[in-house]
Design a protein. Sequence first.
Length: 396
Amino acid sequence: MKFSSKIEKCGLSPMRKFAPYANEAAKKAKKLYHLNIGQPDIATPEAYFEAVKNFSQPVLAYAPSDGVPEMIDAVVNYYGKIDAPITNKQVLITTGGSEALQIALSCILDEGDEIIIPEPFYPNYSTFVTLTGATIRPITTTPEENYKFAIRERVEACINEHTRAILFTNPGNPTGTILTEEELRLMADIAKEHNLFIIGDEVYREFVYGGEKLMSLLQLEGYEDNVVVIDSVSKRFSACGARIGCVITRNAELYNNAMKWCQGRLCASTIDQVASAALYTVGPEYFDAVRKEYKARRDTLVEGLKKIPGVIYSEPKGAFYVMAKLPVDDAEKFQLFMLEEFDDNGDTLMFTPAESFYKTPHTGVNEIRMAYVINQDDLKRSMELLAKGIEAYNNK
């Protein structure tokens, strides 16, 4: 049987690739410390579950293709509070941020087109871009430069006649990098000057640890036709299983084209939209507490990394991930070693090998991404396991 050439170019998710080996390790009674997937252990606000309990209709019907009105209103009100006014006809509710990305990319990219993305990047970007028939033109960044990419010369060097868009996560997954207002405006200027879309994946907006307010692309004036924002309740409200996100654009033509996709897939989950709308009623104290917790976790992980000889990293300024170069030859081989051969008093560690976070071949081979989404005591233990694992691996 023949399969699509596009799907055959896609790889498995590096965050889930080692799940079978983890299952075998668990069967051997090993305790696994999971830093591989950005699944927060922060409690989902009770407002979500109350809305589910109170949901009552005689028929569970299709939602409107653009989204249930209360969910769209919640998004519009949220952005209004951060001085980014949008209307209900500029928001399309999606099945998670992933579908929002798929919709936006499918509307913008065609066979042979290119999109600029700073690397390392969220690996599913590669899957979604590949399925459009387009390719990624990477801007390579390094921890030694704090993963900085908003440099005009570097960005414009990637632009050619095939370029259609620029995409980045802000704050960054996997780097934790955040853009200043000046850097954000620079990226928007470049996009406008070259008639490109600029897609901001802003699902981690609340998680910034230096006290500054993260600026949204939607707060910039004069870029209405260029800007597309991807958002989601998954990380903001620790509601990954709700699978509710949105694509936001003031570009009426893009909105109308995206509606074709939304109508084709009918709608996002009705109940999850109603419940997710209730999440937007939580007050600022919720985010203050969550930020404080994640900052403490980041500090704990970074303190642990400092003690491991040969590890190179850049302290993340936002989101809840850290990238690290390890003194090993191959991070995938090292992860297999940790799952199949290593344990310390029955404990071992999972992380995400980072080669799939890069488009440039043979890059990131000895790098890993870790998500600090577990408690501080477990993070301390995780760094002990990482240090002991590296030593055992290099001495085997």
